[in-house]
Write a protein that binds this ligand. Structure first.
Ligand code: GLU
Length: 375
């Protein structure tokens, strides 16, 4: 296991460091706040040839402080407003700390919806990889004015997994105010043990774990494990560790057993398939008969019009759809070559009949195997 850990860290050339609200808002430790600690530790990582992007929460936490509020607001529009106040302060903190360490940061505000469009996903990827090429550290946050996913449930945990795929990183480090994942809730049980590894993130029973959020952010351990699962399917490892511990990044890369390491999946999805499974927002459903379901699941086949019984939702070619069986259970997801209205016309038909019905044929398959992910 130790060797495996070593190999994962050695291989990690591109790293996403996710900083939670509880870390951003924590008091300085040994006279240094999180921003200057990160600036110097990330500088050292960059000197080893690694590229680093930050996903940072904390806009609301700093907004609360700036406005002198007693606590984080409950109403979502109020949280959005407070985030708009705090985002500037958050960037000012990163700017100042990183410039003292001799490097630049760049603000990148994203929403899940942006990343659900393949075109915008690729545009964001181009910007981010160019920043990394220039040696600049992107600081990504959710664009809280137009999106509320993270301030409702996530504290940017889900965004950090999307960012890992977006920049094709090998490692996601989630810094929170906990030492890692425990076998039971460490706040309630004194004998709770920290897990050093999670070998198979899909097999682990995270529902048993305490998922309560802390006072400053929205995410609990559950949303962190879910982020680790998404990253694992993309072939990236995740480490959940305590960001309030000075020198944590250095300790991790020095091979110390810090935090909990989630192993990446061996059979990783390609970046495009990962996007289909986790980033895209499906806009409709195709109902697939049992024979075609079997061909997709067991034989690795594409989905042809003949296997489709029905369609719902409205979508254009190139959009992602759910593939459901006749009981409505989703078993796969894929990029459709045809629109919902075209599928309405060609469902149940043989490939040879397509031209007759539509007057043209784009592809034989409604969803090609290369654009299909079995769930
Ligand atoms: N985007 C939010 C922020 O920067 C993160 C989520 C949260 O703290 O709930 O504050």
């Amino acid at each position: 296991m130790k060797d495996h850990r070593k190999a994962i860290l050695k291989k990690a050339r591109r790293v996403v460091v996710k900083v939670g609200s509880a870390v951003v808002a924590a008091p300085a430790v040994e006279g240094r706040d999180i921003f200057s600690r990160l600036a110097f530790e990330i500088k050292a990582l960059k000197e080893t040839g690694r590229e680093v992007a930050i996903v940072s929460s904390g806009a609301i936490a700093l907004g609360v402080r700036k406005l002198g509020l007693k606590e984080r607001p409950i109403a979502i529009p109020e949280r959005q407003a407070v985030a708009a106040v705090g985002q500037g302060s958050l960037m000012a903190c990163y700017e100042e700390a990183f410039s003292r360490a001799g490097s630049h940061v760049a603000q990148v505000l994203l929403t899940h919806d942006d990343l659900g469009s393949r075109k915008r996903f690729l545009n964001a990827r181009n910007t981010l990889t160019t920043l990394l090429k220039f040696g600049i550290v992107p600081v990504i946050n959710e664009n809280d004015t137009v999106a509320v996913e993270e301030i409702k449930f996530g504290d940017n945990d889900a965004l950090s997994a999307l960012a890992t795929n977006l920049i094709e990183a090998d490692l996601l480090i989630i810094l929170s105010d906990i030492d890692g994942l425990f076998d039971k809730d460490p706040k309630a049980f004194k004998d709770a043990q920290k897990l050093r590894f999670v070998e198979d993130v899909d097999a682990a029973g995270f529902e048993l774990l305490n998922g309560s959020a802390n006072a400053l952010g929205t995410g609990g351990i559950k949303s962190k494990c879910e982020a680790a699962r998404k990253a694992a399917h993309y072939g990236a490892a995740t480490i959940i560790a305590n960001g309030n511990r000075p020198g944590i990044l250095t300790a991790i890369f020095n091979g110390e057993d810090a935090g909990t390491l989630f192993f990446p999946k061996e059979d990783r999805l390609t970046s495009k398939k990962h996007w289909i499974a986790f980033s895209a927002r499906p806009s409709g459903r195709v109902f697939v008969d049992d024979g075609a379901k079997e061909a997709l699941l067991a034989k690795g086949k594409s989905l042809l019009p003949s296997g489709i019984k029905d369609v719902d939702g409205t979508f254009e070619p190139g959009e992602v759809v759910h593939c459901v069986d006749m009981a409505g259970m989703e078993f796969a997801r894929g990029l459709s070559n045809y629109s919902s209205s075209e599928i309405q016309k060609i469902k149940g038909m043989k490939t040879a009949e397509l031209v007759q019905v539509l007057g043209y044929k784009v592809f034989d398959e409604v969803i090609h195997r290369d654009n299909l992910v079995v769930l």
